[in-house]
Ligand binder design. Structure first.
Ligand code: B12
Length: 243
């Protein structure tokens, strides 16, 4: 396929077709929307109008992609099995849908030699319109003195019951000036709501409460909660009990 034949629809449609049945969602963005918010050390070194696509996992990914992946025993007992599964799904879809096309695929867990993340997942999700990124600076008259509070993205349908898994950059596909940056839905508009959200994410993230900040259409199944509540080193043993 010649690189120049691709436009945004001819990227998003086949990706959506193959990834939605695995519980993954895709959202397009312009590289320039992302870079404009970040210092140079985090920039993606592509032109501003290049197409990027952020990939999210929804609660259904566990049953639609992960359990079948485990059943086929395709994971190898070194790296995180969820990361291996997402990589298998995303890289499989990219090579199947875009053979010969230059696609830079970055996963949320990958680091640069500087030890910085290869992409900032929450900023990418926000500028694509997928999920509002609530940060400390979004709270007026902050009650936390000098304490650093980590920010959190909220998805309009899944609340906090999702993860941001990958960013794909299509070097040869550009988005025209008519493409307007979508604003993510502001699901937590009040100061009190944002304080509660950031405190739940920073101080009590293990109890899952921050994920219910908006009423979600679907949450993690009990099996998925059991898996993520298990310390990473013991997850292989848990998987063997399911096998
Ligand atoms: Co964590 N973690 N993490 N994490 N973590 C990630 C943030 C992510 C996205 C992983 C994922 O989904 N796959 C999720 C968050 C999902 C969500 O937002 N809904 C996640 C989660 C869920 C967790 C945990 C709950 C554990 C878990 O279940 N996995 C806990 C909760 C936090 C806690 O401790 N209470 C957790 C913990 C951590 C630790 C180990 C503490 C570290 C440090 C956290 C941090 O720095 N935020 C951690 C890391 C390192 C990451 C990781 C790998 C990188 C984050 C990072 O280094 N950011 C990401 C995955 C990824 O991004 N690749 C997951 C760097 C800082 C500097 O970025 O604060 O966003 P920043 O600042 C930038 C923005 O402000 C931007 O510029 C700044 C940079 O200069 N900016 C923007 C400036 N102005 C503006 C304006 C706008 C409008 C926007 C959008 C941006």
């Amino acid at each position: 396929m010649a690189a120049t034949t691709l436009n945004v629809d001819s990227v998003i449609e086949p990706l959506e077709d193959s990834l939605s049945k695995l519980g993954l969602e895709v959202y397009p963005l312009k590289v320039g929307w992302y870079n404009s918010l970040l210092p140079a050390s985090f920039h993606l070194s592509y032109p501003d109008d290049s197409l990027a696509v952020v990939v999210l996992s929804t609660p259904a990914m566990f049953e639609l992609a992960f359990l079948p992946f485990i059943e086929e025993q395709r994971f190898q007992g070194l790296r995180d099995p969820i990361d291996q599964c997402v990589k298998h799904c995303v890289s499989g879809a990219v090579s199947q849908c875009f053979p010969g096309q230059k696609v830079d695929v970055r996963y949320d867990y990958e680091l640069l030699p500087s030890r910085k993340p290869r992409f900032l997942a929450q900023t990418a999700a926000h500028v694509s319109g997928a999920a509002f990124y609530y940060q400390q600076s979004d709270v007026t008259d902050q009650p936390w003195a000098d304490r650093k509070m980590f920010g959190v993205c909220v998805h309009p349908r899944f609340g906090g019951w999702f993860a941001i898994r990958a960013l794909l950059v299509f070097e040869d596909v550009t988005l025209g000036p008519e493409t307007v940056q979508p604003l993510p839905p502001d699901c937590v508009p009040t100061r009190d709501g944002r304080i509660q959200l950031l405190e739940a994410f920073n101080f009590r993230w293990q109890d899952w409460g921050y994920r219910d900040v908006v009423c979600p259409v679907q949450t993690y199944s009990q099996k998925q909660r059991d898996y993520f509540s298990t310390p990473p080193a013991q997850r292989f043993a848990l998987l063997r009990t399911w096998g």
